[in-house]
Design a protein around this ligand. Structure first.
Ligand SMILES: Cc1ncc(COP(=O)(O)O)c(C=O)c1O
Length: 394
């Protein structure tokens, strides 16, 4: 439950495309090949109703490097809601950027509220016009929570008034569960939003190392700055991967069904864990997307302190040693040390087998999805059994 990687196999369609393009060996344009950027432009138009021309798109080695380059290229402090993905703060350290943390609350689904953003701005910035960068990630790694349309819209007047550029990390946007809809901040704040994405998660292609940025119109200085960094360090993303990515971003292809099916399986796995945690008295929010849960044992502070478990890190170590369960402590995501939260990623199953079994027969009821999980993902059930056992022993 520790390493958050989607376990599904590379789709046959992409494997074949990659084979066909194995002879592409030249260095490519820093921004990415035009045919791919045009395809991505179509993809975002069709799936998310976002209008970005190929000229506003950068393709490079994973969205991780593009987020880093954006953080490096944009002046001003980084406003970082916590909990948030482990790498953002370390990337900011690497370029000596000042970080202003904003601790969110489970009462607000760990989302940034307009009030919180306003009070942070009042506290740290005398000059409204001073440049700042805000990093948002939804659906979120580690919480699985996401912003609704109105929650995003309510942030916009503040962002606009205070000269804030937002890096909107939407890498899990296509892994949004069927009773929710993903909205991008770029729909409401196009002039100040950089959308970050890629196919590492929804198409299970993390090791292909390809990520994308969608840049606001008329931000040519920003584009030039990011491209200068990409050019000096990476030159360009790998050639065969860029050509194969044209197929991966094709909306008429089997890839859309593949993404949908994988998302349904992620929903089944996190939904099962959520139910088991709730039944065991473990506090946890129901995820709306991605493949993570963020349970906490803060209701058991006293009981846990008798075992010398006083921090999230100690809790994680204890579970690893005594119960063979790997997780990541909330403190790695910027939570206070004493917050007894863990990130749990239920992906420990054979993705190829699970995908095949899932496609055989549609699952209609809760009972059927539980049976499916018990049969095909026994390690997830075992981990839930052990967490329940641990919690009831307190
Ligand atoms: C929230 C978030 N953003 C970005 C990334 C990086 O993805 P990639 O560099 O593979 O595009 C990850 C990967 O773990 C992630 O969880």
């Amino acid at each position: 439950m520790g390493f958050g990687e989607s376990p599904f196999p590379v789709h046959e369609f992409i494997k074949q495309s990659l084979c066909r393009n194995a002879d592409k060996k030249s260095y490519l344009p820093t921004q990415g090949i035009l045919a791919l950027r045009e395809q991505i432009s179509e993809f975002y138009k069709e799936i998310f109703k976002l209008n970005y021309s190929a000229d506003q798109i950068i393709v490079a080695l994973g969205s991780k490097s593009l987020i880093f380059h954006s953080i490096a290229a944009i002046d001003g402090a980084l406003l970082l809601p916590t909990p948030s993905w482990v790498s953002y703060q370390h990337q900011a350290y690497l370029v000596n950027k000042k970080i202003i943390y904003m601790q969110t609350s489970p009462d607000n689904s760990y989302l940034l509220t307009p009030e919180q953003l306003l009070s942070t701005l009042d506290r740290y910035f005398k000059d409204k016009n001073q440049q700042k960068v805000l990093l948002l990630n939804y659906p979120s790694n580690p919480t699985g929570q996401s912003y609704s349309r109105s929650q995003l819209e309510n942030l916009v007047p503040i962002l606009r008034k205070n000269n804030i550029i937002v890096i909107s990390d939407e890498i899990y946007s296509l892994i949004t569960y069927n009773n929710h809809k993903h909205h991008s901040l770029a729909q409401f704040y196009p002039e100040g939003t950089i959308v970050s994405g890629g196919f590492s998660k929804d198409r299970s292609l993390g090791g292909y190392r390809l990520g994308i940025l969608l840049l606001p119109k008329y931000q040519n200085d920003l584009k030039r700055a990011i491209l200068s960094i990409v050019s000096e360090i990476w030159s360009s993303a790998a050639s065969p991967i860029q050509y194969a990515a044209i197929d991966a971003y094709n909306t008429d292809s089997v890839m859309i069904d593949y993404i949908k099916t994988c998302t349904e399986i992620h929903q089944l796995m996190t939904g099962y864990c959520y139910k088991r945690f709730s039944k065991a008295g473990i506090h946890c929010l129901r995820p709306k997307g991605g493949f993570y849960l963020f349970p906490d044992w803060n209701n058991f502070t006293e009981e846990l302190s008798t075992l010398d478990i006083t921090t999230g890190r100690k809790l994680g170590k204890f579970l690893l040693k005594k119960y063979d369960i790997a997780t990541l402590p909330g403190s790695e995501f910027g939570m206070p040390r004493k917050h007894l939260s863990l990130r749990v990623s239920p992906v420990d199953y054979n993705g190829e087998l699970v995908l095949k079994e899932f496609q055989k027969k549609p699952i209609k009821t809760d009972g059927e999805s539980e049976d499916f999980l018990i049969r095909n993902a026994p390690n997830i059930k075992m981990a839930c059994d052990r967490l329940e056992q641990f919690t009831s022993s307190l």
